[in-house]
Design a protein around this ligand. Structure first.
Ligand code: FAD
Length: 394
């Protein structure tokens, strides 16, 4: 068979979510084409944090719309054995006096106005929840009890399994090399396994979206940016009961969570290293870098002054100028839907994004408006820039 109603390029957590939702919403003929293996792109590099905390209200909406799926994952994908690896440890975020304080207060207020449970903690209450940290400088501490983290690879493979069970065909090891066009309409793809035609093409190519840009001849604002993640180990264990934590007071806007129930996973929430080409190869991590991040960690977590480096890795974000995704159609090109530019925070949004893109592709009303995420915002100036500066909180 070489004709499908829908073709999805990419089987990361976004593409597999689109496929799952297309099939759940009644699409009969869906093909997913993946160059490598399911989830083996940037999805497998994810830190997996789940929160609804954002300074951009539209993102709060998308994160909230995704939350039921993570909490009821087996039911959501219709498979009793499915798990997303959810660790519901809560999410704590703190700011000292200074420029991040008012944005944090406004974001917490906005969440509460949307009926999301958010608590304000005193320093002692924060220490009770995260006893390995000190909060002497904290002027405001927010806590989201329903948040936590999960496993993005498990989510992608579960979405893929569900999609396959519902009749979706997933071709791994197959590369899309170009589009088939009839005037302004996209009608198919060229691959190393031949030509496939479709009524609607959905590109979820992440850092490889510049390929699409070349095929359609439209510049797309997305760059590949490498980020480093460290796992640290010391006697002060970072247990699964301790919340994930965002330190708006640190130079690197560091985020933390438990890693394996005892180690600390830490990474920066600021602009990373721009790559000239999309690739997920491991980058160099210098000892100077580890020392620089380690010094910031030790300020917040004193026992980590003498922590050892247990492991480290790099991952790549698909970053747009306002650090928020582009969702929906591509100008006046017909038959094409895109989802790219997740800028390091796409996992927590993946159930909602998959459903919204599927609804959009099916011509159905979307649960949440995609209009704020239109490509045109970069021309009109209606950007979705977060209030904490550029970085993955948005
Ligand atoms: C280090 C790191 C930490 C992160 N932490 C978090 C976090 O804590 N919370 C959070 O919400 N998000 C986080 N993210 C972001 C989140 O993981 C990503 O937004 C999400 O996984 C992206 O999924 P995707 O499907 O868009 O991309 P990918 O998983 O990269 O999938 C795209 C797929 O498209 C395929 N493809 C591309 N072009 C072609 C082609 N021409 N032919 C065939 N196949 C093609 C690729 O092979 C790839 O598998 C993090 C990301 C990184 C890198």
């Amino acid at each position: 068979m070489s004709h499908f109603d829908f073709i999805v390029i990419g089987a990361g957590v976004i593409g597999t979510s689109v496929a799952h939702h297309l099939a759940s919403l009644g699409a009969r003929s869906v093909l997913v084409v993946e160059r490598g293996m399911i989830g083996a792109g940037t999805t497998s590099q994810s830190s997996g944090l789940l929160r609804t905390h954002y300074s951009v209200r539209q993102n709060v909406e998308l994160a909230r719309a995704s939350w039921w799926a993570f909490n009821n994952f087996a039911e959501y994908v219709g498979d009793d054995e499915a798990s997303c690896g959810l660790v519901k440890c809560g999410y704590m975020i703190c700011a000292p006096d200074g420029p991040k304080l008012d944005p944090l207060r406004a974001s917490l207020d906005a969440q509460r106005a949307m009926d999301i449970e958010v608590q304000l903690l005193g320093r002692d209450e924060a220490r009770e929840r995260l006893p390995i940290a000190q909060f002497d400088d904290a002027a405001l501490i927010g806590f989201e009890p329903e948040a936590g983290f999960a496993d993005a690879y498990l989510v992608a493979t579960s979405f893929a399994k569900s999609a396959r069970r519902r009749g979706v065909k997933i071709l791994e090891g197959t590369t899309v090399t170009g589009l088939v066009r009839e005037g302004r309409r996209v009608v198919g793809i060229e691959t190393n396994a031949g030509r496939f035609t479709c009524a609607t093409l959905i590109s979820t190519q992440n850092i490889w979206t510049p390929e699409l840009s070349g095929w359609i001849g439209v510049p797309l604002p997305v760059a590949a940016e490498r980020h480093t993640v460290l796992a640290l180990e010391c006697e002060a264990r970072y247990s699964y009961q301790m919340p994930a934590f965002k330190d708006l007071g640190s130079a690197g806007m560091l985020y933390y969570r438990s890693y394996g129930g005892s180690q600390m996973l830490v990474s920066e929430g600021v602009v990373g290293e721009t790559l000239n080409a999309p690739e997920t190869e491991q980058g160099d991590i210098s000892l100077d870098y580890v020392a620089e991040v380690g010094a910031q960690v030790a300020e917040r977590f004193p026992a980590y002054e003498t922590a050892g480096l247990a492991s480290s890795w790099t991952g790549v974000y698909d970053v747009t100028p306002d650090w928020n995704p582009v969702l929906g159609k591509m100008g006046d090109i017909e038959g094409l839907v895109v989802g790219f530019g997740f800028s390091g925070h796409g996992f927590k949004l993946s159930p909602a994004i998959g459903k919204l893109l599927a609804q959009h592709a099916l011509g159905q009303p979307t649960d949440v408006s995609l209009a704020p995420y239109a490509l045109e915002r970069f021309a009109t100036g209606a950007l979705l820039t977060g209030k904490y500066g550029l970085g993955a909180v948005s």
